[in-house]
Design a protein around this ligand. Structure first.
Ligand code: 1X8
Length: 329
């Protein structure tokens, strides 16, 4: 009978428990234990990792509080470049986009669009190796970004380990999404900066980007950034190998343990997309985070593959923007 040292068993047990509790609290917004119980289990795990340093792992919940400041960020190449989106500013330009991509492929009768709210935050590129978060990077110029893994680990809604049932075959998974500051947190941070006589952040997007570039991840941990995932890639395999559509990719991201913005909608026509855009023009002002548009994508990965990219943008997506607005004070 293999004897497992009690401290090894206990740290693994605590990690699982705390991970489930953190996922339930930050991603599902449905706590499974009292805060006091979480804190007690957390302290026990921290003590064990101090006592047995060899038991600390990169996916332990204790990395969420951040570590001593980095001196600078190293720049890293994205395994898969982050593309930018072409902009449209009204329904006519949305229609024009629809006509444009249709001219590139043989006539298609029915097509599915996925409409998603465009989150006004800072893009992140996450890399998971065998289900463990190994790197978090800023968008940079789309090809190279800055390695901000320590900071990314403090974002509670970003899983440190993927919920991987049946996906163990995926050695490396690339996830893209938007880190953002909820409006309440943004206002709080600016009030603190006002009191400290520091310059205020102009809007939640700058506040998120500024926070992510903090060298001291303990400050990042206190700022309560949040994250919505929106794209999934498996390097070396075409995306259709694990999901055939953007719609399925969003469901897979949720299954893996990411927060996905709940307001995404499958649209069967541009008219439906236009309705979604008009609905959220006013409705989005009631959301607890800033948005600046709607991202419309053709859902089929096969069709995305056929259409490909222009010099700068994917042909199969468009960012339908709302007129710029002032950030709330
Ligand atoms: N630059 C990009 O490709 C994107 C940027 C964003 C954004 N800021 N928010 C949401 C989405 C989305 N749901 O796809 C995208 S996609």
């Amino acid at each position: 009978m293999i004897q497992i040292k009690p401290e090894v068993k206990r740290t693994e047990e605590l990690r699982q428990l705390l991970q489930q509790a953190s996922y339930a609290y930050y991603v599902l917004d449905a706590p499974i234990m009292e805060d006091a119980v979480y804190d007690q289990l957390y302290r026990e795990l921290q003590q064990l990792e101090i006592q047995y340093p060899e038991l600390a792992t990169p996916d332990s919940p204790t990395v969420r509080v951040g570590e001593r400041p980095a001196t600078q960020f190293t720049s890293v190449r994205h395994n898969i470049p982050l593309y930018s989106l072409e902009n449209a500013f009204n329904i006519d330009e949305l229609q024009a986009w629809d006509q444009r991509w249709r001219r590139q492929v043989p006539k298609i009768d029915s097509v599915e669009y996925v409409s998603e709210l465009k989150i006004d935050g800072s893009a992140l590129a996450l890399t998971y190796q065998n289900g463990i978060l190994v790197r978090g990077a800023t968008r940079g110029d789309g090809v190279t970004g800055e390695d901000i893994t320590q900071n990314v680990r403090t974002i509670r809604s970003i899983p440190l380990r993927l919920n991987f049932e049946g996906l163990e075959i995926l050695e490396r998974v690339e996830v893209r999404g938007e880190a953002f500051l909820p409006l309440e947190v943004f206002k709080q941070i600016n009030q603190e900066r006002q009191k400290a006589g520091e310059q205020l952040f102009a809007n939640p997007r700058n506040a998120a980007a500024g926070t992510l570039r903090q060298l001291d991840s303990r400050i990042v941990a206190k700022r309560r950034l949040d994250f919505f995932g929106y794209t999934l890639h498996i390097p070396g395999r075409d995306d259709a190998s694990i999901a055939n559509t953007q719609w399925e990719a969003l469901e897979l991201l949720e299954k893996m343990g990411f927060r996905v913005n709940p307001n995404h909608k499958l649209c069967a026509s541009i008219a439906e997309v236009a309705k979604y855009y008009e609905y959220w023009d006013t409705e989005r002002l009631n959301l607890p985070y800033m948005t600046d548009g709607v991202v419309v994508k053709l859902s089929s990965f096969k069709l995305q593959e056929q259409l490909g990219f222009t010099q700068k943008f994917p042909r199969w997506a468009i960012a339908l923007k709302y007129p710029a607005e002032e950030a709330p004070t």
